[in-house]
Design a protein around this ligand. Structure first.
Ligand code: 8X3
Length: 249
């Protein structure tokens, strides 16, 4: 059943694809992100009756408060929060990582996510709605250079499960989606290098934003008595490697 979805990080990738997927099925969407012009492109493409754009930084608490308080009545009954905004910065080992990048990941992936969630819980409870949080395979499987990024995604997974306990009896559903390789701006943002991004995805068949958007839409479309706690997915071309061992002699 169609409703209203609040999608963070909707300027590109999974967020933008999700806006398109939900609107195609008759939903209204509130799209948020830092780049206002990209959000406006979605409004133009999908229609102002279906898309309400709000530009803010996930780290700006006052701007988030203002945006939620100023939701037009047609978009105020939020049924679904898709916590998609998040980023990875850097691939250096912890001992050489940039502390400012670590803090930015925590600010966005953890503090921003819990802030939006906290502010929208009253309406989500009133609507018996749902929350879908974008975690990652990095929540479960550590890899070199994943350090704080993986830590933030483990937080997202565990926070999602904790929310389920707290929201027991409210009818609100919570799902942690944990994708592996999806070709988006993710690696470009992480490395600052188009060449690094092209080389990571080159010769593989990574998942697409549309693959994940379809998964989110499927989760949201399940009967109200069903809760998918976690969903982990990867492209066939990605799997697991082993442990590493230091040999001293
Ligand atoms: C990132 C997943 O597999 O691209 O969330 O590192 S992966």
């Amino acid at each position: 059943m169609a409703g209203t979805a609040f999608i963070t990080g909707a300027t590109a990738g999974i967020g933008a694809a999700s806006a398109r997927r939900f609107v195609a099925a008759g939903w209204k969407v509130i799209v948020t992100g830092r780049r206002a012009e990209r959000l406006e492109t979605l409004v133009t493409e999908l229609g102002a009756d279906k898309v309400h754009a709000i530009a803010f930084d996930m780290r700006d608490d006052a701007a988030i408060d203002h945006a939620i308080a100023a939701l037009p009545p047609a978009f105020a009954d939020v049924d679904l929060l898709i916590n998609n905004a998040g980023l990875a910065l850097g691939t250096a080992p912890a001992q050489r990582a940039d502390l400012a990048q670590w803090r930015q990941m925590i600010d966005t992936n953890v503090t921003g996510l819990v802030t939006i969630t906290h502010k929208l819980l009253p309406v989500l409870i009133a609507r018996k709605g749902g929350i879908i949080n974008l975690s990652s395979v990095a929540a479960t499987y550590p890899y070199a250079g994943g350090n704080v990024y993986g830590g933030t995604k483990a937080f997202v997974r565990q926070f999602s499960l904790g929310l389920r306990s707290d929201l027991h009896g409210t009818g609100v559903r919570v799902t942690s989606i944990e994708p592996g390789m999806v070709e988006t701006e993710f690696t470009l943002v992480r490395t600052g290098s188009q060449a690094a991004s092209d080389s990571l995805y080159g010769g593989t068949t990574p998942m697409t934003s549309e693959d994940i958007a379809e998964t989110l839409f499927w989760v949201a479309s399940q009967p109200a008595h069903l809760n998918f706690n976690t969903i982990e997915l990867m492209p066939v071309s990605q799997s697991f490697a082993g442990f590493q061992v230091v040999r001293e002699n």
